[in-house]
Design a protein around this ligand. Structure first.
Ligand SMILES: Nc1ncnc2c1ncn2[C@@H]1O[C@H](COP(=O)(O)OP(=O)(O)OP(=O)(O)O)[C@@H](O)[C@H]1O
Ligand SMILES: O=c1ccn([C@@H]2O[C@H](COP(=O)(O)O)[C@@H](O)[C@H]2O)c(=O)[nH]1
Length: 239
């Protein structure tokens, strides 16, 4: 059965996918390819984005190496600003109007996060890229994505990652894990399916914002999943 189509959506990109074939950092060819895909759908949608930072720095990993957790999380949030600027640059190069809004004020490189202004940008056809997560340590960009999706009145949150949906176990650890076409928020939470963190899932559940998990590494997939086609899992309220 085809999945529903949505007009105003938040696209969450895992930082890791921006590494492309590398082990760390930002691969310009990968960012350019993803930007092309976004340009292809930007006219038919009101789009905003949250980009993760896992290709550069994750707070938990920093804390495990001895950094104070809050400081490590701020470093992680700054990593997401670099990714947001890379994405903005790639999009503007191919004629897509964008604005970066950072949850940590950084007046020389981006606008501060102002909800009503962000909504207005989207109404004018600009792609708004939210940087620095929620601006608070002890969170992740998944939760930032759920929060911004709710604030922007998005109809759905699309999570572009390196797996093609939600499985009954982590498919990178359990090779014969089974993928769901559709799964409820409550099952994701009760079975502890860790494709996204629990606070993000709960926020989407409580605000009735479906999450579509898909593989952004596969060329052409973004247009397909936004069109209700292609391989993905929809997480929604219900059975
Ligand atoms: N039940 C599950 N179904 C699907 N994927 C799962 C599941 N459990 C764990 N995962 C893992 O979740 C990961 C998806 O999260 P992702 O890598 O996008 O992390 P992120 O924190 O959002 O991004 P970043 O790379 O910026 O840290 C996949 O790599 C996958 O291996
Ligand atoms: O609201 C937030 C969002 C993110 N962080 C920190 O940034 C890194 C990178 O984000 P990912 O979601 O892992 O890609 C994250 O590990 C946190 O350390 C944050 O503190 N608050």
């Amino acid at each position: 059965m085809p999945r529903p189509r949505f007009k105003r959506v938040l696209l969450k990109l895992s930082g890791e996918v921006l590494m492309g074939p590398s082990q760390f950092g930002i691969d310009p060819d990968t960012v350019a390819r993803i930007a092309e895909e976004i340009a292809g759908v930007a006219k038919d949608h009101e789009l905003c984005m949250v980009v993760g930072g896992g290709n550069i720095f994750r707070g938990l990993a920093g804390a495990a190496k001895g950094f104070d957790r809050a400081s490590a999380d701020y470093m992680g949030m700054l990593a997401t600003v670099m990714n947001a600027l890379a994405m903005q640059n790639a999009l503007e190069k191919i004629g897509v109007d964008t604005r970066v809004q950072s949850a940590i004020p950084m007046a020389t490189v981006s606008e501060p996060y102002i909800r009503r202004r962000a909504v207005r940008h989207m109404e004018k056809g600009r792609v708004v890229i939210f940087a620095a997560g929620t601006g608070n340590p002890f969170f992740t960009t998944d939760t930032a994505a759920a929060l911004r999706a709710a604030e922007m009145g998005c109809e759905a949150l699309f999570k572009g990652t390196s797996v093609d949906g939600v499985y009954d176990a982590d498919p990178k650890k359990v090779p014969d894990a089974k993928r769901y076409e559709s799964v409820s928020f409550n099952k994701v939470l009760s079975d502890d399916l860790r494709v996204m963190d629990a606070s993000a899932v709960a926020l989407c559940r409580d605000n009735n914002i479906p999450i579509v998990v898909f593989n952004i590494r596969e060329r052409g997939n973004l247009a397909k999943v936004l069109g209700g086609e292609g391989t993905a899992t929809i997480v929604q309220n219900g059975e």
